[in-house]
Design a protein around this ligand. Structure first.
Ligand SMILES: C[S@@+](CC[C@H](N)C(=O)[O-])C[C@H]1O[C@@H](n2cnc3c(N)ncnc32)[C@H](O)[C@@H]1O
Length: 262
């Protein structure tokens, strides 16, 4: 893909990730956090959620965030330079060789992008202390609920997006598959907690949050790979954006946190 598109996509994603916070976007994790914990955040993006975790574990705790996209790590190192117990590292999970083990490994919205999520869980397990916990936050994209229905062009775009993901080996139902995957990876005390993202007209950032699918449609990757006609993609962006501003009432993205003990 053209470097210009990669750059634009990463710039847009940087803004989305920067707007996330532990309290709003990984709220179910908060009660698990204790002062002094050593935490690894896998696929930390720009480190927005990791920085919230670092504040909660306090000066005696540490948070290491790793991400395979260099631009996100560079951006986060600048933004969170005043958080002394946070270290952001450019690394793929499968190549990461930490010289310590962790009390808690978290990974938000990452396994949905992997074709080998079980390997990812096994890799995380090896990095945990005995009795340590893993916490995975992820979507069931098949259960996305828009009220009312968005325009046909976006429904077609979204159906194609799910097919494209499936063909690439990614699960569209990761949230529901996680308990089975954690069991297979050998974790115990497995718990699944509802963590849906629900947006209603009138709430702050409603248009930005619901408008995420216009941003997803901004990528030309599916057109280049022959999945989608570019005219449909452009129509979906335009009609969906109008729908978000004029008609949308709510959107719920189905999300669950699944945790297990080593
Ligand atoms: C949707 S973002 C989630 C970012 C952040 N956790 C959040 O919830 O806002 C997924 C992130 O996972 C990263 N990622 C994907 N595969 C990875 C891997 N194998 N190792 C490390 N990071 C990975 C991507 O670069 C991306 O930043």
């Amino acid at each position: 893909m053209d470097n210009k598109y990669i750059e634009r996509r990463e710039t847009s994603a940087t803004k989305i990730f920067d707007n996330r916070s532990l309290e709003a976007d990984y709220r179910t994790l908060v009660p698990m956090l204790r002062e002094g914990m050593r935490v690894l955040d896998v696929g930390c993006g720009t480190g927005a959620i990791s920085s919230g975790i670092a504040r909660r574990v306090g000066p005696t705790g540490t948070v290491t965030g790793i991400d395979t996209t260099a631009r996100f790590i560079e951006s986060g190192r600048g933004t969170y330079q005043d958080v002394p117990n946070l270290t952001l590292i450019h690394s793929d999970l499968f190549e990461f060789e930490p010289d310590e083990t962790f009390d808690l490994i978290v990974s938000a919205r990452v396994l949905q992008w992997l074709s080998n999520p079980l390997d990812a869980l096994l890799t995380m397990k090896r990095m945990l202390n005995p009795g340590g916990w893993v916490s995975i936050l992820d979507y069931n994209h098949e259960a996305l609920d828009w009220q009312p229905e968005p325009p046909e062009s976006m429904r077609q775009f979204y159906a194609t997006f799910l097919r494209w993901r499936q063909d690439a080996g990614m699960s569209n139902r990761m949230a529901d598959e996680l308990p089975g995957l954690l069991t297979k990876a050998g974790f115990g005390s497995i718990e699944k907690i509802n963590s849906d993202e629900h947006y209603e007209r009138g709430q702050a950032q409603f248009e930005e949050k619901v408008g995420i699918w216009a941003k997803v449609a901004g990528s030309v990757q599916m057109v280049e790979e022959g999945y989608l006609d570019d005219a449909l993609r452009l129509r979906a962006i335009e009609e969906y954006t109008d729908w978000v501003w004029d008609e949308a009432v709510s959107m719920t993205m189905k999300l669950s946190e699944v945790r297990g003990k080593n």
